[in-house]
Design a protein around this ligand. Structure first.
Ligand SMILES: [Zn+2]
Length: 110
């Protein structure tokens, strides 16, 4: 897996913070309240719906706030199920509407 540039890391942090506010500090996947404790399972992280390692971009619409536990489960190829909800939230349903992004194209072409 490649590494993110510093610029992209800062953009991810910005998008994550915006998503976190929109989500009322609840993890996008499991709906648990997130914190800022380093390496805590519930630490708030920026999660790419369309995985970054597979070419997903760090842009609005592709970044959600997710707890570290859910984020790492997904990055290992696991499927994250929501708590109290029989239907796992599929990022691909979201992406059907959002992907490919029509906005910010200039911003990400580098
Ligand atoms: Zn979670």
């Amino acid at each position: 897996m490649g590494r993110m540039s510093g610029t992209e890391e800062r953009r991810l942090a910005r998008l994550r913070n915006a998503a976190r506010i929109k989500q009322n500090n609840l993890c996008y996947w499991c709906d648990e309240a997130m914190n800022d404790v380093h390496n805590d399972p519930l630490q708030c992280t920026g999660d790419h719906l369309f995985e970054w390692a597979k070419g997903g971009r760090t842009i609005d619409g592709n970044v959600v706030a997710a707890c570290k536990r859910c984020n790492s489960t997904r990055s290992k190829g696991g499927i994250v199920k929501t708590v109290g909800d029989q239907t796992p939230r599929s990022p691909f349903e979201v992406l059907a509407a959002l992907w490919p992004p029509s906005e910010d194209e200039a911003d990400i072409a580098h």
